[in-house]
Design a protein around this ligand. Structure first.
Ligand SMILES: Cc1cc2nc3c(=O)[nH]c(=O)nc-3n(C[C@H](O)[C@H](O)[C@H](O)COP(=O)(O)OP(=O)(O)OC[C@H]3O[C@@H](n4cnc5c(N)ncnc54)[C@H](O)[C@@H]3O)c2cc1C
Length: 420
């Protein structure tokens, strides 16, 4: 009996030990499994994070305007378009991906032109669709404005000294004048002379993206010799039924055939739009000479087109003023003019309301401010404001940092102290 009891007790003890050891082993096994699972989850998380980072990097490389400052581009092709306009095809010298841009935007070039003390900065609109292999700009030789003046520096340098294989310093695409490609509503493109370039990019992008958005294009030049990309645009209009092309020659030559080379004799204007467009209900994108833009912007406003549906860009000093600068308004009222202080130069002078902008005013006072495009686009004339504020007749292409202004398109809002 005692031995039976002892045996039972022993068995119970063994069972207890086995159970305890088993439980411990099981717990350890569970902990091990849990640890493995946690490790695998972390690994998976890490893999996902890496993949996301890789994707973000790729996206940044291919979709953003990813470079700061200048990047080297090689000229891969140079194609004459007319006697005085030439296209330059540019590929990144580092052979890395080319970020897309918005049709209508421009590139800023920093040019080393012989005998110039500093770099010459000029903007040129991208003139083709968004393509993976190249950017294209189309440049017109700028003639002397008066016989005693030199011919345009940068545009003639491009024509005469930039060839296939040349390497250029280029800033990333920029500018606020671009087509909203998310929309499918009909557009009117209005161009004059070399102002065709951003509209070419818009039309080419609409077509190459497969959109069949309605495009009405009014293009004005003096005669056939100035007609840029004539064959290409005519071929697109013939091929795609969503393109309605109207070319106006203001001064056709005997060689120019009405109905063949051009559709209308005269200038591009709102009267023509009223005659041809089914309604005024369009988004309007315009680039051309100052007087054309000024008259069209006014005409569209008179026709009842809302301000926010009219988009335009000037290639030179902005000539279309949506709102009069405050200083000019003050002048009309005979009010006292704001005082402009050029802190570094130690000068304080009353603002001249007939001055085009602070850059021109500074120049008239013998204060040098570096400048480039004179159209609020390239950012060369950015100047720190020590006190006061400025106004812009037209939103600058690249907004300056708070506390700074783009002197070439700014006018004072009141007394201003500039770091110049
Ligand atoms: C956003 C933007 C996009 C643009 N896109 C294009 C484009 O796609 N294609 C294009 O061809 N252009 C474009 N331009 C215009 C371009 O940037 C240049 O302004 C143009 O090529 C003239 O530059 P330039 O150096 O050849 O002429 P500049 O040397 O700047 O000379 C301009 C004019 O001033 C005259 N001049 C020179 N010296 C004097 C003086 N002392 N007194 C008075 N007058 C003088 C010259 O005779 C000439 O007529 C664009 C401009 C901007 C702002």
């Amino acid at each position: 009996m005692t031995s039976y009891l002892l045996l039972s007790l022993g068995l119970v003890l063994v069972a207890l030990v086995v159970a305890t050891v088993g439980t411990l082993l099981l717990a350890q096994l569970r902990a091990l499994i849990a640890q493995k699972q946690a490790q695998s989850i972390s690994l998976q998380k890490l893999k996902t994070e890496l993949l996301t980072a890789e994707k973000a990097q790729k996206k940044a490389e291919t979709s953003g305007n990813v470079w700061n400052g200048v990047r080297k581009f090689s000229v891969i092709k140079k194609v004459p378009e007319t006697n005085d306009a030439t296209s330059f095809y540019l590929a990144p010298h580092d052979k890395k991906p080319l970020p897309p841009f918005k049709p209508g935007q421009y590139l800023t070039f920093e040019l080393d032109i012989p005998n110039q003390k500093k770099k010459t900065i000029r903007c040129y609109s991208l003139s083709d669709a968004i393509l993976p292999d190249y950017y294209r700009v189309t440049i017109k030789r700028c003639p002397p404005s008066k016989p005693e003046h030199p011919a345009g520096l940068a545009s003639n340098f491009f024509h005469d000294s930039i060839h296939e294989g040349s390497i250029l310093d280029v800033k990333a695409p920029g500018g606020h004048f671009f087509l909203d490609t998310n929309k499918q509503s009909p557009v009117v493109l209005i161009s004059g002379g070399v102002g065709i370039t951003p509209c070419l990019s818009m039309m080419n992008e609409i077509i190459q993206s497969g959109s069949r958005r309605e495009i009405w294009w009014f293009y004005g030049v003096r005669h056939g010799a100035e007609h840029i990309m004539k064959e290409h645009v005519a071929a697109m209009a013939a091929k795609y039924s969503n393109i309605y092309l109207h070319v106006c020659y203001s001064n056709p030559t005997a060689d120019d055939k009405l109905g063949q080379d051009y559709q209308h004799q005269g200038r591009v204007g709102v009267d023509l739009f009223k005659e041809l467009l089914p309604s005024s209900n369009f988004d309007y994108y315009m680039c051309g000479p100052g007087p054309m833009m000024e008259s069209v912007v006014k005409g569209l406003a008179d026709w009842g087109v809302p301000d926010d549906r009219v988009h335009y860009e000037a290639f030179g000093p902005a000539s279309v003023k949506k709102a009069a600068p405050v200083a000019a308004v003050a002048a009309e009222a005979g009010a006292k003019q704001p005082m402009i202080t050029f802190a570094k130069s130690g000068k304080t002078v009353a603002w001249n309301p007939t001055a085009e902008n602070l850059l021109a005013f500074a120049d008239s006072q013998g204060v040098a401010i570096a400048s480039g495009c004179c159209a609020g686009q390239c950012g060369t004339c950015v100047t720190a404001i020590r006190s006061g504020d400025v106004t812009y007749a037209q939103a600058p292409g690249s907004k300056p940092e708070p506390g700074s202004c783009l002197a070439c398109v700014a006018a004072p809002k009141g007394d201003v102290t500039l770091d110049a």
